[in-house]
Every structure is written in structure tokens, then in C-alpha cells.
Design a protein around this ligand. Structure first.
Ligand code: SF4
Length: 382
């Protein structure tokens, strides 16, 4: 048996991130110190609404409270070390965590006709693990395996870093709590293998005292961990679901995604259907197009039947080349032919416009390149 997630190394920093605390847990900690109940809300307002970047910036707190906070919590557990902007308006952020692990967060802008980039629709893609245990053969994140799960506070911190950048960049952002339109949990790692931290982080992002970001604009993307999908279906907040299918039959899927051995399509598809039925919302099937692997007319026809049965949206993604891996994207004509099979049956389908190819936007590539460069140059990144 493969691909159930390997036990991951847990990380316990000396000071936990403040961004991992809920209103209730922070209030409990403050209560032990004899602080009034409203103090927790006041502190979280500094973090999420006023974007305080230092303890000293929290000017309506006493010096003693600020000193206690500084001794007890890390205010920002993910430091921005690189922001690589691509010509096609994708920003790739490389963040360094307390143990010097690197993670990636991506801002994807979809310019709207007649408005500038400031008003483009923005989707933020966040990571949930350092590396990944799922070992999908085409993926840069899986190449070195799983290093560890992210803490809830590290997941939230990625979005705060995006807020800092956007606040400085656009007037729209300064006027809003979170100026982006969608969050996709689709970066490095398998989100459902770090379930508790994921749900805690998303609850913080959703809360009125947090970023106040609607659960319906948050999509959790999984490689197909069936128990996690069923658990997610029961979450009261009602997040959206995307499934990385990448193969329309077990034979093809198994070649490229070891998770299929533990959770073949006969188990995965009913779980996805149960989720869709429960939430009454369209699930997205992600399908990376790999030349001569999954781009045949047969695959397109089988995918069409799966999508029709699930009433799912299909997102076709031409493969982004990863250095050192042999996979290629199909020609544009072949991509269109594949999409046409679905379109002809009125399946809702998107053939993704290229975003970020020039900045190694496929998940995990920037981290991999930076770590390789660091290994060649010596142990330190800076
Ligand atoms: S594609 Fe996703 S699930 Fe698969 S190895 Fe990469 S990060 Fe992990």
C-alpha cells in the first residue's frame, strides 16, 4: 500500500505563531493573566485589520501586555524572501519559516477588460506542507518528499503576507480587509493530509475577527484522499472542493499518482459525489495535460462521462515543464482537441491560459530551484 500520507514531522517552535490563535484560545491565554475578555479581540484587530507589523505598533496595549505577547508568540512566522513577478501578472512569493523551511504562495491576477491591474481578480494559492508525501510523478513539490506539516498559523501567515504586499500596491487593497477574490489551497502539500491545521487556519481566515473571508470563495484541492473528502463534506463552513484527477482511468492515474492505489476511482468518485450532493455545489476536476500520458481521445471521452455524472467543472491545465522531469505539455492543437470532446457534450470546461510559466509557477518549482541554488552556494540563503 502506498500513498496514504506518511507520518509527518511535527514542528513545535519555541514561540507559536499568533496567527494560529483563535479568538477563544487567545482569550483563554489572556484570561490566565487576568486580562479582560475584550483584550483578545483588540489584539486580533491589530493583526488582521490594522496590519500591525510589530508589537510596539499595538499602541493601545500596555507595555506589560506587549512584552508578554513578544515573549509568548511569534507575530509573523513566515518572512518574505523573494517575490518573483512574471510577465503574465502572476506573483510567486517564497517565504521562509522559523526553521528556515521554504514555502510558496502565488498571487494569480486575471485582468478584467477596461480596468487596470489594481482591479483585476486575484486568486491566492497557498501551501499546507513543506514538500509533499504524495509523490505525483510530474510534481516538483513531491520530488524531495515531505519535510513537515505547516502549522495553522503558518498557513494564515501566507495570506497576511499577501495583504501586506497588496496594501502597499493598490488603493483597493488598503480599503478592504482582504482584497483578493478567491483562495485556492492548491500549493505545496496535500491539504487533507494536514487536516486539523488546515481547518483551523481556514476558520481563522473566515472569522469576522480574522480576515472575514467567505468560505464559499475558498477551494480546497486534494489529490484524492477519500477519508479527508468525506470529512470535509461534514464541515459546517462549506468550502469548495477541487480534485486533482489527472487521469480518467485507474490505469493512467496509477502511473502518475500513487495515491490512486490506496484510493482508486471506484472509491474516489463516489466520495466526490457525496461531497457535491451534500453541498449542492459544483466540484472542480483538475486535469493536467501531459503529452502521450493522459491526452488521448479515449481519456477525454472517459473524463467527459465522469464530469457529466458528477456535474463537475473540468479545469484543463497544460503541464508546466519541471527541470529534471521528462514530462511535456501537448501541442496547443492537441489541447484544444481534448477540450472540444468535453465542450461538445456541454461539460463546463476551462482550458487554462498560461500563467507563470516563466517564473516556475508550477507548484514547488521556485522552492526547489532556490534550495538547489542555496545548496550549491552554501547552507544560507541570504
Ligand atoms: S501534485 Fe500536489 S499532491 Fe501531488 S505531489 Fe505535488 S503537491 Fe503533492
Amino acid at each position: 500500500m502506498p500513498a496514504s500520507p506518511a507520518p509527518s514531522m511535527k514542528y513545535a517552535p519555541a514561540k507559536p505563531p499568533l496567527t494560529g490563535e483563535t479568538l477563544e484560545t487567545l482569550a483563554a491565554r489572556l484570561g490566565e493573566r487576568g486580562e479582560p475578555a475584550f483584550r483578545a479581540r483588540q489584539i486580533l484587530e491589530w493583526v488582521y485589520k490594522k496590519r500591525a507589523r510589530s508589537w510596539d505598533g499595538m499602541t493601545n496595549l500596555s507595555k506589560a501586555t506587549r512584552a508578554w505577547l513578544a515573549d509568548t508568540f511569534e507575530l509573523m512566522p513566515a518572512a518574505l524572501v523573494l517575490n518573483r513577478q512574471s510577465a503574465d501578472v502572476t506573483d510567486k512569493l517564497l517565504l521562509e519559516l522559523g526553521d528556515r523551511s521554504l514555502i510558496e504562495t502565488v498571487i494569480i491576477r486575471a485582468p478584467q477588460d477596461g480596468v487596470g491591474l489594481d482591479h483585476s481578480r486575484k486568486t491566492i494559492c497557498i501551501s499546507t506542507q513543506v514538500g509533499c508525501a504524495m509523490a505525483c510523478v510530474f510534481c516538483a513539490s513531491g520530488l524531495a518528499g515531505l519535510r513537515r506539516d505547516l502549522l495553522a498559523g503558518e498557513i494564515v501567515a501566507q495570506l497576511l503576507q499577501v495583504c501586506y504586499l497588496e496594501d502597499a500596491r493598490t488603493p483597493r487593497a488598503r480599503a478592504e480587509l482582504a482584497s483578493f477574490d478567491n483562495i485556492v489551497v492548491m500549493g505545496m502539500g496535500e491539504p487533507l493530509a494536514n487536516y486539523d491545521a488546515l481547518i483551523r487556519a481556514l476558520a481563522i481566515v473566515n472569522a469576522g475577527w480574522g480576515l472575514g473571508f467567505g468560505a464559499r470563495r475558498i477551494t480546497v484541492s486534494t489529490s484524492g484522499l477519500v477519508p479527508g473528502i468525506l470529512r470535509l463534506a461534514d464541515e459546517p463552513l462549506g468550502f469548495r472542493l477541487a480534485v486533482s484527477l489527472h487521469g480518467a482511468t485507474d490505469a493512467v492515474r496509477e502511473k502518475i499518482m500513487p495515491v490512486n492505489r490506496a484510493y482508486p476511482l471506484s472509491r474516489l468518485l463516489p466520495a466526490v459525489k457525496a461531497f457535491a450532493t451534500r453541498h449542492g455545489r459544483m466540484v472542480t476536476l483538475e486535469f493536467i495535460l501531459l503529452a502521450d500520458v493522459n491526452d488521448s481521445p479515449d481519456q477525454a471521452e472517459t473524463l467527459r462521462e465522469i464530469a457529466r455524472d458528477l456535474h463537475a467543472h473540468v479545469n484543463l491545465i497544460p503541464y508546466n515543464t519541471v527541470e529534471g522531469l521528462p514530462w511535456r505539455r501537448p501541442s496547443p492543437e492537441r489541447q484544444e482537441q481534448f477540450a472540444d470532446v468535453l465542450r461538445a457534450a456541454r461539460v463546463s470546461v476551462t482550458l487554462r491560459r498560461e500563467k507563470g510559466h516563466d517564473i516556475a509557477a508550477a507548484c514547488g518549482q521556485l522552492r526547489l530551484q532556490t534550495e538547489k541554488g542555496a545548496a550549491q552556494a552554501g547552507p544560507d540563503l541570504d
